[in-house]
Ligand binder design. Structure first.
Ligand SMILES: *Cc1c(COP(=O)(O)O)cnc(C)c1O
Length: 392
């Protein structure tokens, strides 16, 4: 059941993060939304439902979360899933064998895997291209039903022009899907720029604490919302009440976390450009980044993800071995800084030829910058770079 958000669109994003909606508060007026940890809901008689029947289908805690996320993305409705991947998997169920999807070539490894291993088996075909560079027009075929991108891309941080692709996609009557995980609704709202569906891994910035897995689909259109809700109920990958509550809590601090993390990332990216052992810094907040102008037009900030290339594989290995203040781990978007090795972690599933073409090599590292003191983070990078230069 979708909630009408239109009357709440006028408050700031910071305020929307608090999820205040007294109309669905419980009878004790609790400030923290209750966790309705129940599988099923009773009926007083025939035709007398409270609107909730069975938690796979809908649950008040999940509905509150969905209402907040729909609000943050200016969507008609949002659906919460047990992971980002189950959100994407459920979305793929709207397509039929023979349908074609145009996808950007630089995507989260799990998305590449679900397209390759599951969607292809089910008869979908994919056209893969660098949509930050190539003209999309000639790629459309008769059977193209969707275009799927992330921006900034993962891990190469290309910027894709959402408005331009939305116009082209609409012209061909296809669905435009944008995975907005990297910037979160705090910095970017693809539905406002013409996208039809926004995907989120809620595990990342929305949850924000590396303590739960979740995912979202947000849509602009009531009919699509209804179709996806039907599929979600059928497939059964909806988010649990407790995890829904963790996401509601995480989102309360989304604005302040994003602000601080992006400030830290900007300072670190600038510092990295001055280090001799760093060969490339990929961060869209640097004016030298090729996507800088497009990013400025479509987003309110550059986010807190930085990829960078060091001079050798040995140096990358040494950095990963010696970091202490932050963690060598996959994932992103939490309060603490993580360093990732895309080659063997997030992008191990990407076919080798495509990895090489995209520049995912043995010297590439990815930082998810957290909200720690920025000087501590720079001191730590300085320390591990020095150890690496000493061959330790
Ligand atoms: C992590 C991630 C996903 C998958 O989400 P899970 O919550 O891990 O299932 C999808 N897209 C992007 C960009 C991601 O970073």
């Amino acid at each position: 059941m979708a909630i009408d958000h239109k009357d709440r669109w006028n408050v700031s994003l910071e305020t929307k993060c608090q999820g205040m909606d007294l109309s669905i508060c419980d009878k004790y007026n609790s400030i923290s939304f209750p966790i309705y940890q129940t599988a099923t809901f009773s009926h007083r008689g025939l035709g007398e439902s409270t609107g909730f029947d069975y938690t796979r289908q809908s649950n008040p805690t999940r509905q509150q979360l969905e209402s907040i996320v729909a609000d943050l993305e200016n969507g008609y409705g949002a659906l919460a899933f047990s992971s980002g991947m189950s959100a994407i998997g459920t979305l793929l169920e709207i397509f039929k064998p023979g349908d074609n999807i145009i996808v950007d070539e630089d995507l989260y490894g799990g998305s590449v895997r679900i397209f390759d291993v599951i969607a292809k088996k089910n008869g979908l075909t994919f056209t893969v291209a660098d949509l930050s560079q190539e003209d999309i027009e000639p790629l459309f075929k008769e059977n193209t039903k969707a275009v799927y991108v992330e921006t900034p891309t993962n891990p190469m941080m290309h910027i894709i022009d959402i408005r331009a692709l939305a116009i082209a996609t609409k012209r061909h009557g296809a669905l435009f899907v944008v995975d907005n995980t990297f910037l979160s609704p705090y910095f970017q709202n693809p539905l406002n720029l013409g996208a039809d569906v926004v995907v989120h891994s809620g595990t990342k910035y929305l949850g924000g604490h590396h303590d739960t897995i979740g995912g979202f689909l947000v849509v602009k259109d009531a009919e699509l919302d209804k179709r996806l809700r039907y599929l979600s109920t059928t497939v059964g990958a909806a988010l649990s009440p407790f995890d829904s509550w963790l996401l509601i809590r995480g989102i309360r601090t989304l604005a302040v976390r994003m602000q601080r993390a992006a400030e830290n990332a900007q300072a670190i990216a600038e510092w990295l450009t001055k280090q001799d052992c760093v060969k490339k810094v990929l961060y869209p907040g640097l004016p030298t980044h090729p996507g800088y102008d497009i990013m400025k037009r479509q987003a309110r900030g550059a986010g807190a993800m930085i990829s960078f290339e060091v001079e050798s594989k040995e140096m990358a290995a040494s950095i990963l071995k010696n970091v202490e203040l932050f963690y060598f781990a996959e994932s992103l978007g939490g309060t603490e800084t993580l360093i990732t090795y895309p080659l063997t972690q997030t992008h191990a599933e990407v076919p080798e030829a495509l990895r090489e073409k995209n520049g995912i090599n043995d010297r590439l590292l990815r930082l998810s910058v957290g909200i720690e003191g920025v000087n501590d983070l720079i001191d730590e990078l300085n320390r591990v770079f020095k150890l690496a230069r000493e061959g330790k």
